[in-house]
Write a new protein. Structure first.
Length: 129
């Protein structure tokens, strides 16, 4: 929705964007986001069809984009999102503990993204130098 949506962003688009990027912690939230997305797609004139996926419940896919392209876009977005999170964490660790961003990135690579663990390890690292 954020990268390949028609220029005109109507009311349904804004509602769907909020619903789809918000907390999807239960089936009701997911269903609300699905309905909001479908309404926004209808408003934008995007033809959406149901496709069956390996015996699971039907999923939705825009007919404008081939499945392989869709998967590649999803992977690219996921990678970009992970990189943004790591950048934010590195800046956060550097600011909070006084280590360099390079040191913070090394810690993220070794420890993962758990903030409590990262803060603990960053403080230990700072105390050693």
């Amino acid at each position: 929705m954020m990268e390949k949506w028609p220029e005109e962003h109507g009311t349904s688009y804004r509602y769907a964007l909020q619903a789809c990027t918000g907390s999807l912690s239960n089936a009701g939230d997911v269903e609300n986001a699905r309905r909001a997305f479908l309404e926004a797609a209808k408003e934008a004139g995007i033809d959406v069809q149901r496709v069956q996926s390996d015996g699971d419940a039907p999923s939705l896919r825009s007919v404008e984009q081939p499945k392989s392209s869709y998967i590649a876009d999803e992977k690219r977005r996921d990678r970009g999102h992970r990189e943004e999170q790591e950048d934010f964490l590195a800046r956060f660790l550097a600011r909070e503990t006084g280590i360099t961003e390079a040191q913070a990135r090394d810690l993220i690579e070794m420890v993962g993204s758990d903030r409590a663990s990262l803060l603990r390890e960053a403080r230990i690292l700072k105390a050693q130098h």
